[in-house]
Design a protein around this ligand. Sequence first.
Ligand SMILES: Cc1cc2nc3c(=O)[nH]c(=O)nc-3n(C[C@H](O)[C@H](O)[C@H](O)COP(=O)(O)OP(=O)(O)OC[C@H]3O[C@@H](n4cnc5c(N)ncnc54)[C@H](O)[C@@H]3O)c2cc1C
Length: 455
Amino acid sequence: MKTQADIIIVGCGVAGLFCALNLPRDKRILMITKDAEDHSDSFLAQGGICVERNEDDYDCFFEDTMKAGHYENDPDSVDIMIRSSREIIDDLLRYGVEFEQRDGELLYTREGAHRVNRILFHKDITGKEITRKLLAAVKALPNVTLREYCSMVDIMEEDNTCYGIVMRNEEGKIETVTAAYTVWACGGIGGLFENSTNFPHLTGDALAISLNHNIELENPDYIQIHPTTLYSKQPGRRFLISESVRGEGAILLNKNKERFVNELLPRDVVTKEILKQMRKDGTSHVWLSMAPIPTKEILEHFPNIYARCMEEGYDPTKECIPVVPSQHYFMGGVRVDLDSQTTMAQLYAIGETSCNGVHGANRLASNSLLESLVFAKRAAAAMADQFEEAQESLDAALLADQVHPSLPIYLYENKEKLAASYKEKILQEIERMKKEHEQSDHHEVKRRSFNYTGA
Ligand SMILES: Cc1cc2nc3c(=O)[nH]c(=O)nc-3n(C[C@H](O)[C@H](O)[C@H](O)COP(=O)(O)OP(=O)(O)OC[C@H]3O[C@@H](n4cnc5c(N)ncnc54)[C@H](O)[C@@H]3O)c2cc1C
């Protein structure tokens, strides 16, 4: 089966949706998602979205992001993200996103490693509020078709130029989609790990495809572990206890209910201290006490977290809850420039799948929704600018009969085998990079000089 689109966007989390919303209305856009439309990590984001509060906040926001990222961030990407933040929030407000307000003024909360309150939030379901509004706006667009339960299994490439994708469609059949531009907005890699806060179908497929097609990756071993997820003996996705709970005053306790760490240190530091404490105590979790937070505040600001703890048998207004670190976020990814262009022509990557260097070695809390939106909008502008050339290149390739899947169809059809081989490929690459980084004294930040100049 063969389909044509002007632009194919793989993934309908905030990055994919915002890209579609910012593309010209005369382009036929096909969006696909591997699972249900509301099964993306974007729907799970709890804490909020960062914004530069005012011009005086620039230096502080910049330094907080760089410090959390161990100064391995790309300063140009960080600069763009911060300077675009107010415009992005204005866009969201126009799409009807509601952030907490008091007396008509936006309210700001704080999370670990932020020196000031600069995070906008909607109760503890900020991601759901933003993503459902963007999804509704996309569904109202006549030029966008969104297909659920379609999984990209490969791209179609010739001479380092991408001409579309191969997917397993909603009927389990292999279908090719040719397009002038392909956009990867495939989210993170949590599905590769036993303990993760991510949806299990987020398995980093774009990374495996990159490795097969010599598309550059950047720091695939930079994986963030979230210090506080609700400890449970049940298998499945781990429930996040947002950092803003600690930002509002919750404290971490060891088995004797004694405090052992400054809870507002960067995530990687808090994670290390928790794991150290668990080893020392011989326990499978530590405790989080919300006692310093007034009950009214817990119920109003964190209703989702409160309800989930109650479901698990803990009343956080009266007792400590058990927490454990879990895989949470992917700072590395498909290497992109400041417009989200990958090292392959006519292929863009945005959101958690991509690495533009904003987060360095460790993401500052609540920077990822913002980063996804800022760079999705830039990708859309870049594609709109160069669309005619991309279309000409596709037309020429089609005329020369150069647009084909790279593997025989039967290899794509074996779902389990393909998934297992992709997983092995990615995990091997993560290990290889980890060793390379361990052997080098400092991590060379190659991407600063990366500027796409065409295939
Ligand atoms: C529990 C939790 C809490 C978080 N809290 C915050 C927060 O408070 N603030 C913040 O800034 N960030 C937070 N984050 C991180 C943030 O939510 C994500 O980084 C961000 O939403 C990623 O958006 P995305 O569009 O890149 O990917 P996602 O929203 O994950 O979307 C990925 C999409 O790609 C699709 N896909 C994947 N592979 C394929 C394939 N092969 N074929 C077809 N489709 C595919 C998926 O089905 C999905 O539609 C949190 C994350 C989690 C898990």
